[in-house]
Design a protein around this ligand. Structure first.
Ligand SMILES: NC(=O)c1ccc[n+]([C@@H]2O[C@H](COP(=O)([O-])OP(=O)(O)OC[C@H]3O[C@@H](n4cnc5c(N)ncnc54)[C@H](O)[C@@H]3O)[C@@H](O)[C@H]2O)c1
Ligand SMILES: [Zn+2]
Length: 384
């Protein structure tokens, strides 16, 4: 499947195809890119896929330099970016050269930042290898490294020339990482396309079994949905907020637990449940719409409830959300499946109620601690 991303000055294609890894050389040649390529990746990813990518590039006449960076968030620092600039300078990359990211979203963000800044911008190509990177991080042109005090603070918009997605690469992804990425897929369906969500619901078996044809269709569909938003809002102003569905509460849950308790996707799943219930509470959505969202999240193996949430900390983090304008935090709401609206000025008590409702044991203040609950959380909960 090929998804075209139509942007004024720099349109590009997202190719989703089992076996796409082996076509990278021919495709770069087809784009007329210069002969030098810097392959930015982590050692573990290179061991899995490096040989195939390098062979394909060399067979098409490219000179490849491998830039090994740390795995995951550890890659997203200015120090690693500087090592990247040095490596590609020594390999004599010029304005016609290409920085190629191979790996998860963290590698993509770092490599994209290096590509955006080296010589004020060189060609950038992405080969994302996690679900999250394939349906989310690789699309939209946002690149960044982290500041010690804030994630993704230092960055630039830099659109890729090509995104190459080989669903077969997902066969080696740990189960938890795989399921986490499905949260973004479900999110896209809920707020953007009811027929797509129905396809996900009907495909849970082959999807979670990572059957390549199903992955191609579902991942390609998700790319199409995110691309349609990016096309209408390239610089991330108003419309892209829609992609934050489940994320206002989801991010706060992650931050409240030091990014250690849940993966991003798990926190987003909980955030979707809470924000769906918020819509019902505000009279915007029916219970049927809310239950459908919970059912599909549970079906793909994501959490829909959790004990031990420090509700007041979560509320305080939401109030300081960086997307707040004049102190008003925008919530994306899904009045029905396949539709969304932005809601400002949601009463704090309503947010509190839906976050508390995530506890399956019932969020009764002062209730006796259940098994596995941390005393700290329980004490906090009593004060709610
Ligand atoms: N630019 C954007 O628009 C955007 C959007 C969403 C998220 N992000 C960023 O993406 C990052 C998260 O991305 P992620 O979830 O891909 O995490 P990640 O990049 O940290 O990768 C997760 C883990 O999966 C491993 N891995 C990757 N591919 C694999 C494969 N095929 N087989 C086995 N293991 C594999 C990696 O080595 C790593 O340990 C965050 O830094 C986030 O800020 C960016
Ligand atoms: Zn997300």
């Amino acid at each position: 499947m090929i998804v075209s991303v139509r942007l004024d000055a720099h349109s590009y294609e997202i190719v989703v195809e089992p076996g796409a890894l082996g076509t990278v050389g021919a495709r770069l040649r087809g784009l007329g890119l210069g002969s030098r390529v810097a392959l930015v990746s982590a050692p573990a990813i290179l061991r899995l896929f490096g040989k195939r990518v390098i062979e394909s590039l060399e067979a098409a006449g490219f000179a490849v330099v491998c830039v090994e960076v740390p795995d995951g968030e550890a890659a997203k620092t200015l120090a690693v970016a500087e090592q990247g600039w040095t490596a590609i300078l020594e390999a004599q990359l010029d304005r016609t050269s290409t920085v190629l990211a191979l790996g998860g979203g963290a590698i993509g963000d770092l490599a994209g930042f290096v590509a955006a800044t080296y010589m004020r911008g060189v060609n950038f190509v992405q080969i994302p290898t996690t679900v999250l990177a394939q349906v989310d991080a690789s699309i939209g042109g946002k690149t960044a490294v982290n500041h010690p005090r804030a994630k993704n603070l230092i960055g630039a918009f830099h659109q890729p020339r090509l995104v190459l997605i080989d669903p077969v690469t997902l066969s080696t992804l740990p189960d938890r990482e795989f399921r986490s990425g499905l949260a973004e897929i479900v999110k896209h369906g809920i707020v953007l396309d009811g027929a797509y969500l129905a396809d996900v619901e009907a495909s849970v078996g082959p999807l979670t079994a990572r059957e390549p044809a199903t992955l191609e269709r579902i991942i390609g569909g998700s790319c199409r949905l995110k691309a349609s938003v990016v096309e209408r809002d390239e610089r991330d102003t108003e419309l892209r907020h829609v992609l934050n569905y489940g994320h206002t509460i989801g991010h706060a849950l992650e931050a409240a637990t030091g990014y250690a308790r849940w993966t991003h996707g798990e926190a987003v799943a909980l955030g979707i449940v809470a924000e769906a219930r918020l819509a019902e509470r505000l009279g915007l959505a029916s219970p049927v719409t809310v239950e459908r969202q919970e059912r599909v999240l549970a079906a793909v193996g994501l959490p829909t409830g959790s004990d031990g949430i420090d509700v007041e900390t979560v509320l305080a983090i939401i109030a300081s959300d960086k997307k707040a304008r004049d102190g008003r935090v925008p919530f994306v709401q899904a009045p029905e499946i396949g539709a969304f609206k932005l809601v400002y000025d949601v009463p704090r008590d309503d947010i509190r109620a839906v976050v508390r409702s995530l506890a399956p044991s019932g969020p009764i203040p002062g209730q006796r601690s259940g098994a596995g609950q941390i005393r700290f959380d329980n004490a906090k909960r009593r004060s709610v």
